[in-house]
Write a protein that binds this ligand. Sequence first.
Ligand SMILES: [Zn+2]
Ligand SMILES: [Zn+2]
Length: 337
Amino acid sequence: MLQAQLVEIGRIELKEVPEPEPSEGEIVIKVKAALTCGTDLKAFLRGHSLIPMPGPFGHEYSGVVAKVGRGVVGFKEGDHVMGVHSAPCLGCWYCRRGLYNLCENIMKDKVLGAYAEMLLIPSHVVRQNLFLKPEEIDFTEAALLEPLSCVVHPYRETNLAGIRNALIIGAGPIGLLHAAYLSKRDIVTAIMDVNEERLKIAASLSSYILKPSEYKEIAYRVTDSKGFDLVVECTGQVDVWQQAINFLRRGGILLLFGGCKGGSTVSYSTDRLHYDEITLMGSFHFTPKDVRDACQLIINKTLPLGLLVTESFSLKEISTAFNLLKSGKGIKYAIVP
Ligand SMILES: [Zn+2]
Ligand SMILES: [Zn+2]
């Protein structure tokens, strides 16, 4: 079968590799859609510690079950499925306390290689984080399960009741998913970016779109110049993390969602944290419950997810998709083998 491999920074090659065979508890799917993701782009542009090179990559997928290992329950050949790339070990200190997203083994045995004709799903993912996809749901939209699970995660712990408006910084795929999700929860959203093309797409998912230079005017209209109830940082740039706190009202929540380069630091005013009671909130990955919730959002067609996928390319055209992303064009691309 054909599999795309990231052979070095900036270079993807198609390789002919043996078809995977499922061991006990495992499933092999025929990939129907694999989506590009910010993590894959980072790996393509500068390498990534969790994506070994040369090697297969791609982790957002949906497909049709092709081979079923011994002992698998609930799936058979021909089923349409959607899944994520990891699942908690259920045995470590964090798992035993129900903090599944912080599982010490969450990134071990993760699914990599969705940019291929076939993909092996390991048994712990099959048991916890693989789901049947109804036929009427598009494979491309179903492949959004992983990023949507990440986006659903922080709002479980946050009391959204006091949140009426939110500023989302960064109109990439993750920022757009936050805007779509928060809008459905009746929160007025404003999304800020410098990229005009992305803002155009954001306009159908968010109440307001703005460039940084328009912040004052929008903050006046939406928050009476008090600042936003919630600010969601989705760029992963240290200077944006640093500035993001300035857009909050007193008592607001700063959700730091975009992962920065390892070893980065920021510093915040103690006055803002103490007297203004700002809450700083990190968010990493997702729990199986988040995945189930995201799965329901996809199945119920709650969010206009189709808007996030700019175009489809065949496996042979995968480099075109990454070069478009590199030049800031498009949101996500679907690789359809
Ligand atoms: Zn992803
Ligand atoms: Zn664990």
